[in-house]
Design a protein around this ligand. Structure first.
Ligand code: CO
Length: 146
């Protein structure tokens, strides 16, 4: 009985600490979708990394994609403000404190990574990730953080 308990504790330790994947790979292409619609962030992670690859052929100016993290409630205002920033600023005001993390905008054949601290995230708040390229309304994903 004691042995089983110890194995259970050890397994929990392994899954919580050693096997917590504190990163997520994403693939985008010439369509307006991320290949993953939901990303789970393990609360035991201190920081999290997104690695995104654009496997399409379109240049950034035509079908560019980025990965931006914000509270769900702030998403629309960030996108609206971003449109005014133009392609040279990746259609994003990176100084807006509501932007919790943001990759650069990439085109076909490019890849990017963004690492961010989880100290800004609170459990129980709704977070989304999205692309701020104008019109990329279907590029939305949900963050699971609890
Ligand atoms: Co996009």
């Amino acid at each position: 009985m004691k042995k089983i308990f110890l194995i259970a504790v050890f397994s929990a330790f392994l899954s919580a600490n050693i096997y917590a994947a504190c990163s997520q790979d994403l693939v985008v292409n010439d369509t307006l979708y991320y290949d993953i619609k939901e990303i789970t962030i393990d609360p035991s992670c201190k920081e999290f990394t997104i690695n995104m690859k654009h496997t399409g052929k379109a240049v950034k100016a035509a079908i560019g994609h980025n990965w931006v993290l914000a509270q769900k409630a702030d998403m629309q205002s960030i996108i609206t403000e971003g449109m005014k920033q133009g392609l040279k600023n990746d259609y994003l005001n990176k100084k807006n404190p509501k932007v919790l993390a943001a990759s650069k905008m990439i085109g076909g054949g490019e890849k990017t990574s963004v690492k961010f601290s989880l100290s800004k995230l609170k459990k129980g708040t709704d977070y989304m990730y999205f692309c701020t390229f104008p019109g990329h309304l279907t590029m939305r994903g949900t963050i699971i953080y609890k």
